[in-house]
Design a protein around this ligand. Structure first.
Ligand SMILES: Cc1cc2nc3c(=O)[nH]c(=O)nc-3n(C[C@H](O)[C@H](O)[C@H](O)COP(=O)(O)OP(=O)(O)OC[C@H]3O[C@@H](n4cnc5c(N)ncnc54)[C@H](O)[C@@H]3O)c2cc1C
Length: 393
C-alpha cells in the first residue's frame, strides 16, 4: 500500500493502546486516521502479555479504566465485532496481612465505581478452590466475572474493527522523526516517507521515551523484563481454575487454553531492568532462576502444581513510569503531540478504555470517562506522582 501523504491523526504503535486509540478515533469519525507500526501488530509488550482481565486496583483511575474496559472484553462481539478470547474464571486478589485495611477500603472504592467485587473469607475461598492453600490470610477480594483474554486476538480484532471504520493500519512502517514547527506538530518522518499531520499520538509502549525524544521531549521510562511460564495443569485441579494475584507469595496465575496454567512473579522485585539500547535485542531466553522462583511461589499457593510439567515460557518488556501509572495527555509545549505510554504491567486490560479516553481527548479536548489530570505528563516535574488513597506499597 502506498504511504498516504496526509492524515488528520497519526498513531504511532500497533500494540493494544495504539490500536484501541485508532479504533475509537475512527468510530468517532475523527477524520483520516493512520496507525503506523514498525513491525507487526502486537509485536511489543501486548503480544507477550499474560492477558489477565481483572478490575482490582488500589486507585480509582485504573479501576475505572479496567471497569470500563471489562464490558468490551465480556461483550466483545456485540460491541466491537469479532473475538477477544475472553474466558471467565473468577479472580481473587490476596494481599499481605498488613494491607487488610487498604484491601477493605479499595473493595469499597471499586464497588462505588460499579465493579462487581466483594470481600471473601478464606473459608469461602477454600470451598470454591479446595486446591488452594488459604491458611495465611483471613480475607481476600473476589471478582466472580473476571478472567483472562487473548491479547494478540484482541489487538487483531480491534484493528479489524478500526479498518471497518476506515482507519488505515500500516505495518512495517517505522516512525523516525516528528516534525515540529512553531511548537506545533507538522508531520512524521517514516521509513517510507513523510506524512503531513497536525496530530500525532505516541502509543509506542516501551519505545515511548524514544519516540518522545523525536519531539525533543525527555520522558523517564524504566524498561523491565517480565517472564511468564506455562505448565500443564495437574489433573487434580479443575480447569479452568481461578485466576489470582497473590501478593503474600508474590505470584499470579491463570488457566491457559489446553489444560495449561500460565504463571509469573507478581511484584516489582523480579523485574530485570534493561537499558533502552537493549530494547530491540534483549534475550528472549527464559531465565531459569526466575522461572524456578515463579514455580516455587505458585506451589506455595497450589501445592498440587508441583506435578505440573513445564511446557514453555516467554519474556516480554514493560515500560514503567516513576509512579507505575500511565502517562496520558498532551505533551507540554508541543501542540498536537499526545502521549499514551508507560502502561507498566496493566496496559492490556485497560487498553479498551484508554483508547476511548485518548480518542475523546483528541476529538473533544476532554473525556468524561474519568478525570485523567492526575496522569498528566508533567506530574513528576511538578512533584505530584499519582497514587490512590490506600496503596499496597
Ligand atoms: C510478560 C508480560 C505479561 C503482562 N501481563 C499483563 C496482564 O496480565 N494484564 C495486563 O493488563 N497487562 C499485562 N502486561 C502489560 C501489557 O502487556 C502492556 O502494558 C501493554 O501491552 C502495553 O501496550 P502498548 O500498546 O502500550 O505497548 P506495545 O504493545 O509494546 O506496543 C507498542 C508498539 O509500538 C511499536 N513501535 C515502537 N516504536 C515505533 C516506531 N518508531 N514506529 C512505529 N512503531 C513503533 C512497537 O513495535 C510496538 O508494537 C504484561 C506485559 C508483559 C511483558
Amino acid at each position: 500500500m502506498e504511504l498516504p501523504v496526509t492524515a488528520d491523526v497519526v498513531v504511532i504503535g500497533g500494540g493494544i493502546i495504539g490500536v484501541s486509540i485508532a479504533y475509537h478515533l475512527s468510530r468517532m469519525r475523527a477524520g483520516r486516521i493512520i496507525l503506523l507500526e514498525r513491525k507487526h501488530l502486537a509485536a511489543g509488550a501486548t503480544g507477550m502479555s499474560s492477558g489477565l482481565v481483572r478490575m482490582h486496583y488500589d486507585n480509582p483511575i485504573e479501576a475505572t479504566f479496567a471497569h470500563r474496559s471489562f464490558d468490551t472484553f465480556r461483550y466483545f462481539d456485540e460491541l466491537v465485532g469479532g473475538e477477544c478470547g475472553f474466558v471467565r474464571t473468577g479472580f481473587v486478589r490476596i494481599v499481605k496481612p498488613h494491607h487488610l485495611e487498604p484491601l477493605k477500603a479499595n473493595v469499597a472504592m471499586m464497588r462505588e465505581i460499579g465493579i462487581e467485587t466483594r470481600l471473601i473469607s478464606s473459608d469461602e475461598l477454600k470451598e470454591m478452590a479446595p486446591y488452594m492453600v488459604v491458611d495465611d490470610f483471613a480475607i481476600a477480594a473476589y471478582e466472580p466475572e473476571s478472567g483472562y483474554a487473548d491479547p494478540h486476538l484482541t489487538t487483531m480484532s480491534l484493528a479489524e474493527a478500526a479498518r471497518r471504520h476506515r482507519a488505515q493500519i500500516l505495518q512495517g512502517v517505522e516512525v523516525r522523526g516528528i516534525d515540529i514547527a512553531g511548537a506545533r506538530v507538522r508531520g512524521v518522518q517514516t521509513s517510507r516517507g513523510f506524512i503531513a499531520t497536525d496530530t500525532v499520538v505516541n502509543a509506542a509502549g516501551p519505545w515511548g521515551a524514544m519516540v518522545a525524544a523525536m519531539a525533543g521531549l525527555e520522558i523517564d521510562l524504566t524498561l523491565a523484563l517480565h517472564q511468564a511460564t506455562i505448565l500443564e495443569t495437574p489433573p487434580e485441579i479443575p480447569t479452568p481454575h481461578l485466576t489470582f494475584i497473590d501478593r503474600i507469595n508474590g505470584v499470579y496465575a491463570r488457566p491457559e487454553t489446553g489444560g495449561l496454567t500460565l504463571t509469573g512473579i507478581s511484584g516489582g522485585e523480579h523485574n530485570k531492568v534493561i537499558k533502552p539500547v537493549e530494547l530491540d535485542h534483549y534475550s528472549e531466553t527464559l531465565m531459569p532462576a526466575i522461572q524456578y522462583q515463579a514455580l516455587e511461589r505458585l506451589c506455595a499457593r497450589i501445592p498440587r502444581m508441583e506435578t505440573g510439567r513445564v511446557r514453555k515460557g516467554h519474556v516480554g518488556v514493560e515500560g514503567y513510569s516513576p509512579d507505575g501509572h500511565a502517562l496520558l495527555g498532551l505533551a507540554p509545549g508541543i501542540e498536537g503531540f499526545y502521549l499514551a505510554i508507560g502502561m507498566s504491567g496493566h496496559g492490556f486490560k485497560e487498553g479498551p478504555a484508554i483508547g476511548q479516553v485518548m480518542a475523546e481527548l483528541i476529538s473533544n479536548g476532554r473525556t468524561d470517562v474519568v478525570d485523567i489530570a492526575p496522569l498528566r505528563v508533567t506530574r513528576f516535574e511538578e512533584g505530584q506522582p499519582y497514587q490512590g488513597a490506600h496503596p499496597y506499597l
